[in-house]
Design a binder for this molecule. Structure first.
Ligand SMILES: Cc1cc2nc3c(=O)[nH]c(=O)nc-3n(C[C@H](O)[C@H](O)[C@H](O)COP(=O)(O)OP(=O)(O)OC[C@H]3O[C@@H](n4cnc5c(N)ncnc54)[C@H](O)[C@@H]3O)c2cc1C
Length: 389
């Protein structure tokens, strides 16, 4: 494997860093304090091509490789995980799914608007009673003349209150279990489609999070993404790419923790010397660097496999598990290096901890990643104690 970045990839990283410094960092603290979703920033992310970066150019994307996409997620994630969530959801979960599973008409209709940031999309998988057990959805899709009627509830849906289109996963035939699931492209202004903002999050405060209600929402047959019965496959393929971008964003958090801690330790003096002179402080910095570097390598490995079109389910889960847990640990250590100053938002490290915390939960919890890795290693699924492999 070639663990170096090409000149083009380095340029993309530099562009993303400059964008973050110019457009994100000046507002990040206020947006977080006020729990404000910055719709204008989402539009700007689209304008510079950071939404749908790996989507083909003919559909409005940039046709970039996955390693480059990971670098974008890393740089945006270092500045603000809420903005990185927009990149991940819009690119991996929504646009990526439409590009992979959609009809030509669906691609033409939605991808240019999603990639430009003119429209936002959301990914409606989780429900109040169904999280990790994603095959067990309660939302029902009932066949009508020429279409479908959708009813149910979706929970924790990022960008849900600001989206023009929602990918809604629903059960068409409960007896078929996950083979009965289907995915629908639902315009969010449809009759019976309502959203409610979820308040009071620990972190990711300037990311929009919604509860969605579907009350007999009517869609035509052309709303189906893929075939009836493809829903579970659509969701899993989306999450495999989404997890990659979450992991990359967490490399950015680790990097931010290292940089902020190094700067602070060199500047702040105690006992007449900079904190950086203390071995115990250097140990914390070294631990962060280990986690950052290992996370970055694992993300790069997953990205290279994606670019080569090789299977990467296990490698993506390894990267997601390690990078997200590392981000939480690095943020915790970074607060320790900053002392009391790390506990308030004059420095980014307390936000890093609050924002990192959700990454071990969404797009498959750390436990679910371990079950995927264990299943790949043994050939035996332990998701359910009595499930057949
Ligand atoms: C801020 C935020 C944004 C989100 N955005 C989206 C979104 O855009 N779209 C979307 O569809 N969802 C979204 N989610 C939902 C997220 O993906 C789920 O929260 C996650 O999948 C976990 O589901 P759950 O919360 O129901 O937890 P549960 O599944 O109830 O899990 C609770 C605990 O039990 C453990 N557990 C569950 N099953 C097993 C098992 N078989 N073996 C061992 N342990 C197990 C879990 O690891 C966890 O520790 C978001 C969540 C948050 C908090």
């Amino acid at each position: 494997m070639d663990f170096t970045y090409s000149d083009e990839q380095k340029l993309i990283r530099e562009t993303a860093r400059e964008f973050a410094e110019r457009e994100i960092l000046p507002k990040v603290r206020d947006n977080d304090r006020e729990a404000r979703f910055d719709r204008e920033l989402a539009r700007k992310l689209g304008e510079v091509g950071f939404l749908g970066a790996p989507v083909a150019e003919e559909y409005g994307g940039r046709g970039l490789d996955y390693v480059s996409y990971g670098l974008i997620a890393e740089e945006i994630g270092r500045a603000d995980s809420s903005a990185r969530t927009v990149v991940s959801v819009q690119t991996s979960l929504v646009a990526g799914s439409i590009e992979k599973w959609g009809s030509e008409e669906q691609k033409q209709k939605w991808l240019p608007r999603l990639c430009s940031g003119e429209a936002l999309g959301c990914f409606g998988l989780t429900e109040p009673d169904t999280g990790s057990d994603a095959a067990n959805l309660r939302t029902r899709a009932t066949k009508t003349d020429g279409g479908w009627s959708l009813s149910g509830q979706k929970m924790w849906i990022s960008l849900g209150n600001f989206s023009e289109v929602a990918l809604i996963f629903a059960q068409t035939d409960p007896e078929k279990k996950h083979r009965g699931l289907a995915c629908f492209l639902v315009p969010c202004d449809s009759d019976g489609f309502t959203t409610q903002e979820i308040h009071g999050k620990l972190g990711l405060r300037s990311s929009d999070t919604a509860e969605i209600s579907l009350d007999s929402v009517e869609v035509g047959d052309e709303a189906l993404l893929g075939e009836v019965g493809d829903g579970f496959k659509v969701a899993m393929s989306a999450l495999e790419n989404g997890r990659y971008s979450v992991a990359a964003g967490c490399v950015g958090i680790c990097e931010g923790c290292v940089q902020s801690s190094v700067d602070y330790a060199k500047e702040r003096k105690q006992f007449g010397v900079p904190l950086a002179r203390f071995q115990l402080v250097q140990e914390m910095i070294a631990d962060m660097i280990l986690k950052r570097d290992a996370s970055r390598m694992l993300v790069l490995r997953a990205g290279l496999l994606k670019d080569e079109g090789k299977p990467n389910l296990e490698e993506t889960s390894v990267a997601k598990l390690f990078a997200t847990e590392s981000a939480v640990e690095c943020a915790n250590l970074a607060i320790q290096v900053h002392g009391g100053s790390g506990y308030v938002d004059d420095y980014p490290v307390e936000r890093y901890l609050r924002d990192a915390r959700v990454t071990t939960l969404y797009e498959g919890t750390s436990q679910i990643q371990k079950l995927i890795i264990g299943r790949q290693a043994t050939g035996i699924s332990a998701m359910l104690p009595f499930e057949e492999s």
